[in-house]
Design a protein around this ligand. Structure first.
Ligand SMILES: Cc1cc2nc3c(=O)[nH]c(=O)nc-3n(C[C@H](O)[C@H](O)[C@H](O)COP(=O)(O)OP(=O)(O)OC[C@H]3O[C@@H](n4cnc5c(N)ncnc54)[C@H](O)[C@@H]3O)c2cc1C
Length: 305
């Protein structure tokens, strides 16, 4: 429970505060409970003040990789807007606010005749989420384009890290504990004839044919094990179409777990654990979840033990 002192310190920052804010429509899986206090911020100074006032926060980007507990998220949930979602394009680089949506980044770079965000084609997150997850596609990964990451630490200090300092690996980063990504500098190159746009379009057509984009999901539920694919393993174990309540493993792409209408977050969690257990028992491979669990889930909620 946030104390009255903390709430008045947060009010003084000028950020927009909404107690018990529903997050269901803000997260891609369309389930989960409310934020105890949703704080929408527009400036770096506000972010620093909030961090000084509360220290520990949960950041919600577009919730395109997040399973939110049915009881919601205790404490402060941050959403980054305004200058924290702005874009400044220069000759060979851009500063991208962590709250900027990746599709907006791609569109704005296309308009400017610049290439640089191709790895994010069809990835429905924000720039901040892309850093945390080292998001990517077969057109590359966030780490290939990132030059500098600006973060705000739990005490409110601003820290800038080079890509090498971010500990990037496949769908993973090692940022300082509790840090909020505020801005990212990415490398750009000129693309006057739009050739990379054409490459991206072909890529997106293929994705639309192979991914169930008509129902709520968080994209790939598990990362691919070395030399194999999580979808192939889940399919080989006969789990396509398997359901628990309103949660279902897609018939089209077995690594997509769908909210097929009214699924709770707990049903999705149980389905993830079930798939992990069955794949482990039948193949010996323990799949690593790619999705992040937000809220108080207790210790190791995706354990198969
Ligand atoms: C249809 C679909 C297709 C997808 N395809 C891909 C794909 O091809 N490749 C891929 O990599 N991913 C894919 N994803 C997953 C997802 O889009 C990415 O992981 C994305 O990077 C998540 O960004 P987000 O802003 O939605 O983060 P969220 O889901 O909101 O958050 C993810 C994690 O990052 C943290 N976080 C977010 N912003 C910040 C910040 N500013 N500072 C600190 N922490 C932060 C959150 O607290 C959480 O722990 C797909 C998802 C969907 C729904």
């Amino acid at each position: 429970m946030l104390s009255d002192d903390v709430i008045s310190a947060l009010s003084a920052t000028g950020a927009k505060l909404t107690p018990q804010a529903s997050l269901t429509r803000k997260a891609y899986w369309k389930c989960g409970g409310p934020a105890e206090l949703l704080v929408e911020l527009k400036t770096l100074a506000q972010l620093q003040k909030v961090m000084r006032a509360v220290g520990r926060v949960t950041v919600l980007g577009r919730g395109s990789n997040a399973l939110i507990h049915d009881a919601g998220i205790p404490g402060v949930v941050l959403m980054l807007k305004g200058e924290l979602a702005a874009l400044e394009i220069a000759d060979d680089h851009a500063w991208v606010g962590a709250g900027l949506k990746l599709n907006a980044l791609l569109n704005r770079l296309d308009q400017a005749g610049m290439a640089g965000a191709e790895p994010f084609s069809g990835v429905p997150g924000t720039m901040g989420g892309a850093v945390v997850m080292n998001a990517g596609t077969r057109l590359g990964e966030a780490k290939d384009r990132i030059l500098v990451v600006e973060l705000v630490l739990p005490g409110g200090e601003v820290l800038t890290l080079t890509a090498q300092d971010c500990g990037f690996s496949y769908r993973h980063s090692k940022l300082p504990a509790g840090a909020v990504v505020s801005r990212v500098k990415i490398a750009l190159s000129p693309d006057p004839d739009g050739s990379r746009m054409t490459q991206r379009e072909a890529f997106l057509v293929r994705r639309k044919a192979t991914q169930p984009l008509d129902k709520p999901s968080c994209g790939s539920t598990f990362t691919n094990p070395e030399g194999d694919s999580a979808g192939r393993l889940i399919d080989a174990c006969g789990l396509k179409g398997h359901r628990i309540g309103g949660a279902q493993i897609s018939e089209l792409h077995a690594n997509f777990f769908l909210n097929d209408g009214g699924a709770s977050s707990e049903e999705l969690r149980q389905l993830i654990v079930h798939a992990r257990r069955v794949v482990f028992e039948q193949t010996g491979t323990l799949l690593r979840p790619e999705v992040r669990l937000l809220g108080d889930w207790g210790l190791d909620p995706l354990s198969i033990d």
